[in-house]
Ligand binder design. Structure first.
Ligand SMILES: *[C@@H]1O[C@H](CO)[C@@H](O)[C@H](O)[C@H]1NC(C)=O
Ligand SMILES: *[C@@H]1O[C@H](CO)[C@@H](O)[C@H](O)[C@H]1NC(C)=O
Length: 215
C-alpha cells in the first residue's frame, strides 16, 4: 500500500470519528445578558476561564469593567475550561453547571466566589483530601451562595450524568477552538493573542474601540 493510500485511509478514519461528535442542543457556555445588550450589532466576547486558575481570576475584574463600560455593545459568554493540571477545577466547573441549572442568576456570583476562595482548592492544600471531601467543600461553598433550600439538589447535581455531559461539551468546545490555556478570549469568534494572561482594562479599550468606529 502506497503512502497516498495510507493518507487516504487516515483521512477517512478522521472523517468517521468527526461524524460521531455530538452536537449540543444549544450554544455552549453561560451568557451574561443585561436587558439591553441583545442587539444584533453587538460584539461577541467569549472567555474560557478555569474557575481555579489565578490568571483567569485576575482577568475577570478588568473584563467585567469593560463589559459595563461598553454596555450595551458587548455580549458575553463564559465557557468553563478546567485545566487538567488543576485537579479540582473539573469539580468546580461541574458546580458552575449545577448552579446555572438551579438558578442561572447565581452562575457569575459563584464564579466570583471561586475566585475569592480558589487557593483553598489548589492542588497542594487538597493533596490529602479525597475527591468526595473536595466535592463536599465546593458544594458547601456554592450552597452558601445559592441558598440552603438547594442543598440536596445541589449535591445531587454532581451525580447527575447531565452535569457531566454539559461540562464535557464545554471542554470539547474549548478544544475545538484550540484552547490550551486560560484565560483565552474570542472576539466575534477570533482568538485574541496572549492567552493565559489577564488583559488590563486599557488594553480592552484598545481592542474594542476600533470595532465600534463607523468607517
Ligand atoms: C436566584 O438567585 C438570585 C440571585 O442570588 C436571587 O435573587 C433569586 O431570588 C434566586 N431565585 C430563586 C428562585 O431561588
Ligand atoms: C498529607 O499527609 C502526609 C502524611 O500524613 C503529611 O506528611 C503531609 O504533610 C500532608 N500534606 C498536607 C498538605 O496536608
Amino acid at each position: 500500500m502506497g503512502v497516498v493510500h495510507l493518507v487516504f485511509i487516515f483521512m477517512l478514519v478522521i472523517e468517521i470519528s468527526l461524524g460521531q461528535i455530538i452536537i449540543p442542543k444549544k450554544y455552549d457556555g453561560f451568557p451574561l445578558y443585561n436587558s439591553k445588550n441583545k442587539d444584533e450589532g453587538s460584539i461577541m466576547v467569549e472567555a474560557f476561564f478555569d474557575p481555579l486558575c489565578p490568571d483567569s481570576r485576575d482577568s475577570w475584574p478588568p473584563l467585567k469593567q469593560a463589559l459595563q463600560y461598553y454596555s450595551p455593545h458587548l455580549s458575553f459568554i463564559f465557557h468553563p475550561f478546567p485545566l487538567p493540571y488543576h485537579s479540582n477545577a473539573y469539580i468546580a466547573s461541574l458546580a458552575l453547571h449545577i448552579a446555572n441549572n438551579l438558578n442561572s442568576s447565581t452562575t457569575f456570583p459563584l464564579l466570583e466566589l471561586f475566585y475569592k476562595f480558589q487557593e483553598k482548592f489548589y492542588n497542594d492544600p487538597t493533596f490529602n483530601m479525597s475527591r468526595a471531601m473536595v466535592t463536599d467543600d465546593i458544594a458547601n461553598l456554592a450552597i452558601s451562595l445559592i441558598g440552603k433550600s438547594y442543598s440536596q439538589a445541589f449535591k445531587a447535581g454532581f451525580q447527575d450524568p447531565q452535569t457531566n455531559e454539559a461540562q464535557k461539551i464545554s471542554f470539547k468546545y474549548g478544544c475545538s477552538r484550540g484552547v490550551a490555556s486560560t484565560p483565552t478570549f474570542l472576539i466575534n469568534g477570533f482568538t485574541l493573542p496572549g492567552a493565559g494572561a489577564a488583559i488590563p482594562f486599557e488594553q480592552w479599550k484598545s481592542i474594542i474601540d476600533p470595532l465600534l468606529k463607523n468607517d
